[in-house]
Write a protein that binds this ligand. Structure first.
Ligand SMILES: [Zn+2]
Ligand SMILES: [Zn+2]
Length: 208
């Protein structure tokens, strides 16, 4: 006789092979449905939207075999979605989350990097309008200058992170030859340098 089990969700009595395994309380159909629902819920969040956008950019890079620098992360995209409360190109507000899209300022097809300083958040329509043209060609010189400043600002952040890593690296190397107890000094020295960099960055922010 075939082993039967009742799904705790749909209440159907089914053969055991309709479950992923004996211990599962939901049948395969119901497990798939709940997984789909969870994905839909996730994609309607900011993080889910950022994840989807990154996946789609990577797919474009792979499909076209673009040899572009790629270090974009989901967390950076979440920050970008939060940073742009208006479309970077037409400056009008967004209607909802699905109205937003990421645009590569220098298009991937023109060698633009998949990196945060080359990303801005724009309406789907504005994105479609720009395609692989330049910002200046579609939205004018003034807008292009403004976007240039934004890119510089983002790259400054990258430079700061690079500098911090560089200092930490030097300190870590020094630490290797030092006796125990050097750790406290190492931390003080590193945090002093990070503070100095943060001051520089704030000055730069005021200028921009
Ligand atoms: Zn079921
Ligand atoms: Zn727009």
């Amino acid at each position: 006789m075939k082993e039967l089990k009742t799904c705790s969700n749909c209440k159907r009595e089914l053969e055991i092979n309709r479950f992923y395994n004996k211990e599962r309380s939901l049948c395969i159909d119901c497990e798939r449905d709940t997984a789909k629902t969870r994905m839909r819920e996730y994609y309607s969040t900011l993080h889910g939207k950022a994840y989807q956008a990154l996946q789609s950019a990577r797919k474009t890079i792979r499909r076209n075999n673009y040899h572009v620098h790629d270090d974009l992360t989901v967390d950076q995209l979440v920050e970008a979605f939060e940073f742009f409360d208006h479309c970077a190109y037409c400056e009008k507000p967004f209607d909802n989350l699905s109205d937003r899209s990421i645009d590569h300022i220098v298009p991937l097809s023109k060698g633009g990097a998949n990196t945060i300083s080359n990303i801005c958040i724009v309406h789907r329509n504005c994105n479609a309008k720009k395609q692989d043209k330049s910002v200046a060609d579609v939205f004018g010189d003034e807008k292009a200058n403004e976007i240039d400043e934004y890119m510089k600002f983002q790259r400054a952040d990258d430079e700061v992170i690079e500098k911090i890593s560089y200092y930490l690296d030097i300190e870590a190397k020094k630490k290797a030859d030092k006796p125990a107890g050097y750790y406290g000094e190492f931390c003080r020295s590193a945090s002093y340098k990070i503070e100095k960099i943060a001051v520089q960055l704030n000055k730069l922010r005021e200028v921009i």
